[in-house]
Design a protein around this ligand. Sequence first.
Ligand SMILES: C[S@@+](CC[C@H](N)C(=O)[O-])C[C@H]1O[C@@H](n2cnc3c(N)ncnc32)[C@H](O)[C@@H]1O
Length: 205
Amino acid sequence: MSFYENKILPHIIDCSCSMKPIMALRQKVVPLARGVVLEVGMGSGLNLPLYDNEKIDFVWGLEPSMGMRHKAEKNLRKSSVEVKWLDLPGEQIPLDDNSVDTVLLTYTLCTIPDWQAALQQMRRVLKPDGLLLFCEHGRSPESKVSRWQDRLTPMWKKFAGGCHLNRPISDYIESCDFKITQQENLYMEGAPRFVGYMYCGQAGK
Ligand SMILES: C[S@@+](CC[C@H](N)C(=O)[O-])C[C@H]1O[C@@H](n2cnc3c(N)ncnc32)[C@H](O)[C@@H]1O
């Protein structure tokens, strides 16, 4: 891992992902988490204050980047949520089948290289009545915006840790055999449209 990826990128991600409109959208899904939670791409732990502690048992914090896990230390110290780290990527979730009640994905599916393998792993570990909660930016339905997303993604992903601007999040989720039961799509307040088209919702198996 390069110096940029290990030291600089975690700081950039932590700052950008903690902006007010981004935090406001997390609020739509994180408090719905229950039971044993798997947070995929936990990053710097920005969701920790939003969990409803009464409803969750503990959180498996899957995060392959050592720099991000290090960046999360401050938020972990402030939180009463129990986090058990998994230092592997989403494509290799080291948990048993049907063992988690909630999978939480916030601002992460844009980045996972093999999104299909990762979603299949999330489905495998989710209990039959479990919940996949998502709050992700992705492809806009407006062609004038999505054309720019396609143009900008090759350059953007080089400095944004592999983030794609143009992923059709709900299509990806449904293509891996999840059933979306609730979804809200909107442009995030204050963000340029090419980075601010949001998919927030819930899915089951
Ligand atoms: C934009 S950050 C979002 C972090 C956090 N989910 C949040 O909401 O603040 C994307 C995260 O995905 C992680 N990531 C990158 N590749 C991954 C993979 N293959 N599997 C799981 N997470 C990955 C990154 O290290 C980073 O922490």
